[in-house]
Design a protein around this ligand. Structure first.
Ligand code: ADP
Ligand code: ZN
Length: 724
């Protein structure tokens, strides 16, 4: 008799290994890609996924056995394909990408049940007011746990338990996780205007085709982009598809969930790092089972196990927050397009200020270009004026020029709201000793310590290190010799308060001192008109809608414009355009005043004239000439380690080992912008290649030629967007 050999397969483990490992599986297993298994690895049992055929030919007796999880759950095959694609593109071990897709091991366990209570057949002999309140709460027939009943009835848990003993409440079983409500595509739709209708029709047609298509939804702030992509989402939902909406920041999700609920009758599922473990498990399971029909999430939601994905939306697609810079370095906007392509579904990129890459894709016809030219309804784009700080000087230590002060006074006198924008947290970016010129630097980073005056601390914005402001200079010992140089939002708020002592002012800043709750409170107060003037960093630039806000002042438009980064101008334009877009979103027209020392710079000219496309065309020409993305390709190699000399040595060795190739140039090594970060020395190499070059293949060949010390970490950043 011939023995049937056990089935075998390559199993991918969520670990930094080079690929799948061979395992045998129990006889009778339906072996398929995506099957979740537990696989022994050394002394441990490890969650793994059947990835493909086994490679080796070793005998059964030498192969370990992987066992399918209870119920044989299977990861969607297209998610497996996506994992492979991202791994290959980012040059990462596939297991590390799988780890992102499995971030929730508990999600595959069978669902437990919870005990809850409903009204029972007995009426208790003894009735008290507290008992009555509990029974009144339970009268709606919903099953509740003891603490919940007690709390709602304002009774003690003992009262509830007494009712259980008396048989007035009886136990029932609830599923472990609450079910997600189903969004209703027709709950509350608006009547779209002509431009909006055209854009929505185009998206709806793509969804009807159920195949990959990419569109840039390009419209000024307030033009109704959200309303338009909600129409597309409604269509996908009607056709029984799941919808994924990516947002750049968690801070924006709360408002967004509400808005979604107004349109679709219930909140969507959410996915971001602020969720508890249990909420994540709930969402993950519901996405995989198809129970969750719409998900709003941060970039990591791209790795969720959608089974019927029919539409991907990337809102504010130009946002740098979509680039994950730690661990696996990837750009969620680009990967969203990839996921949609693999799923065979449309993807919508929405922005008022698209990235140049997306703009070029849209104007060249690779993506559909859906434009919304005007704000919806009566709102018009704000008037934008430059204040040339070379002519209109401010006094030393003052940051608000006379025209800006006048405009603030007029706005306040008119009972309207204003916003001041400065992209710098804290009180002052630099603390200097007046007697010796010593600059207060971080212990572990090549970065200035930023004074936070409220808390009387000096803080490193790179690593979070902080210290009390010392009484004397650590260099020369001079007493009380420190001066604050330059403004941060706290300092602008201080000046504002001396000029307008009556005005109600709030600061919104994205740092740990003014944590997310305080920031959200400031934003809510602004929306409710409990604040007259909001002073903030870029956190105030995004997405908020303050109907009474008619004036925006930009304190220093030149910040961040000169760091030699090829995207610096694009980014400054996007940010300031976004900030300006906060003004005059309702009936009253808006005014934007921009303080700058470079009024002739193309960014400032574009802002003042409102001619965005002219600016994009200039940037396109500039990038094309420089063979910069999207006309050429870039990849960065970042070396870091505690031993600075070794890091530099490795960088030089790597540069020497670069294989000569046509259309490829290697720059560096050069010290990274923060050449010290958390005590680690950092060096960068930059690869610049023509578009047709297979950058990944080149990098693989290159990196295979060097065996660096394990004391130096080498990270590859494909399509880098920042150069820190
Ligand atoms: P964007 O996403 O482009 O910034 P929104 O979709 O947020 O624009 O629209 C701005 C405001 O105008 C919102 O309050 C929105 O509800 C409203 N709005 C947009 N289009 C319409 C419409 N067709 N009918 C009614 N209100 C609309
Ligand atoms: Zn630091």
């Amino acid at each position: 008799m011939l023995l049937q050999p056990a089935p075998r397969a390559g199993v991918l483990l969520p670990l930094p290994l080079t690929g799948a490992y061979d395992y045998k599986l129990p006889k009778g297993t339906n072996v398929q890609r995506g099957l979740l298994v537990t696989a022994p690895l050394g002394p441990r049992e490890q969650l793994g996924v059947v990835w493909g055929d086994a490679e080796g030919t070793v005998g059964d007796n030498r192969l370990k056995e992987a066992v399918p999880l209870d119920g044989s759950p299977v990861l969607p095959e297209k998610l497996c394909d996506f994992v492979d694609w991202v791994a290959q593109y980012t040059l990462s071990p596939p297991g590390m990408i799988l780890a992102m897709a499995l971030r929730n091991g508990r999600a595959f366990e069978p669902e437990a049940t919870r005990i809850a209570y409903v009204l029972g057949p007995q009426t208790p002999e003894r009735m008290t007011p507290a008992r009555q309140r509990v029974l009144d709460v339970a009268a709606d027939g919903l099953a509740r746990k003891v603490p919940e009943l007690a709390q709602l009835a304002d009774a003690s848990p003992a009262v509830v338990r007494g009712l259980i003993e008396a048989g007035a409440l009886v136990a029932t079983q609830l599923p472990e996780f609450e079910r997600f409500e189903v969004p209703d595509p027709g709950f509350m739709s608006v009547t779209l205007n002509d431009d909006q209708r055209k854009a929505a029709d185009s998206l709806v047609a793509d969804i009807a085709q159920a195949r990959f298509a990419a569109s840039l939804l390009d419209g000024v702030t307030g033009s109704g982009k959200t309303e338009v992509y909600f129409e597309a989402a409604a269509e996908a939902l009607r056709r029984g598809k799941q919808v994924l909406i990516l947002l750049p920041e968690i801070a924006l999700t709360v408002q967004f969930l509400e808005r979604f609920a107004q349109r679709f009758g219930c909140r969507p599922a959410e996915w971001h790092s602020d969720l508890s473990q249990k909420e994540r498990t709930r969402t993950y399971r519901a996405v995989m089972s198809g129970e969750a029909r719409a998900v709003v999430g941060a970039r990591s939601s791209l790795f969720l196990p959608f089974s019927e994905l029919g539409l991907v939306i990337v809102d504010e697609e130009h946002e740098q927050a979509y680039k994950q810079e730690e661990g696996i370095i990837y750009h969620a906007r680009d990967m969203a397009v990839v996921r949609a392509r693999i799923e065979g579904c449309p993807v919508v990129l929405a922005s008022a200020t698209p990235s140049l890459e997306t703009y070029v894709n849209a104007t060249s016809g690779r993506y559909a270009h859906l434009r919304l030219a005007d704000r919806h309804g009566v709102a018009v784009m704000p008037q934008c004026k430059l204040i040339d700080l070379r002519e209109t000087k401010t006094e030393p230590g003052s940051w608000l020029s006379q025209p800006l002060r006048d405009a603030l006074a007029a706005t306040l006198a008119g009972g309207e709201q204003a916003m001041l924008f400065l992209n710098r947290r804290g009180y002052a970016p630099l603390t200097l000793c007046q007697s010796c010129g010593h600059k207060m630097m971080c212990r572990d980073c090549s970065s200035w310590l930023v004074e936070h005056r409220y808390r009387k601390r000096l803080v490193c914005h790179q690593c979070g290190y902080e210290t009390a402001t010392p009484p004397s200079c650590p260099q020369c010992g001079a007493q009380a010799s420190f001066v604050a140089c330059g403004p941060g939002v706290e300092r602008v708020a201080e000046e504002f308060a001396t000029l307008f002592p009556q005005a109600r002012v709030a600061i919104a800043s994205s740092d740990t001192m003014h944590g997310p709750l305080e920031t959200q409170a400031a934003i809510r107060a602004m929306a409710k008109r409990e604040t007259d003037v909001l002073i903030g960093t870029q956190i105030v630039a995004k997405g908020h809608h303050f109907p009474q806000l008619t004036m925006v002042g930009v304190i220093d438009a030149d910040l961040g414009g000169s760091d030699g980064d090829l995207r610096a101008r694009e980014r400054t334009f996007q940010l300031l355009h976004q900030v300006a877009g906060r003004a005059g979103r309702a009936e009253k027209p808006g005014l934007v005043l921009i303080q700058t020392r470079n009024p002739n710079d193309s960014v400032m000219v574009a802002l003042a004239s409102g001619d965005r496309d002219k600016f994009y065309e200039q940037e396109r020409v500039f990038r094309e000439r420089a063979h910069a993305p999207p006309f050429g390709r870039l990849a960065a190699i970042i070396l870091s380690g505690l031993d600075g000399a070794l890091v530099q040595e490795t960088g030089r060795m790597l540069a020497k080992a670069a294989p000569p190739a046509k259309g490829v140039k290697i720059w560096g090594p050069t010290p990274a912008f923060y050449h010290l970060l958390r005590g680690q020395t950092r060096e960068r190499l930059l690869l610049q290649a023509e578009r047709k070059v297979d950058v990944q293949a080149y990098l693989r060949a290159w990196l295979a030629k060097v065996k660096p010390s394990n004391k130096v970490r080498i990270a590859v950043d494909i399509d880098p967007v920042s150069f820190f």
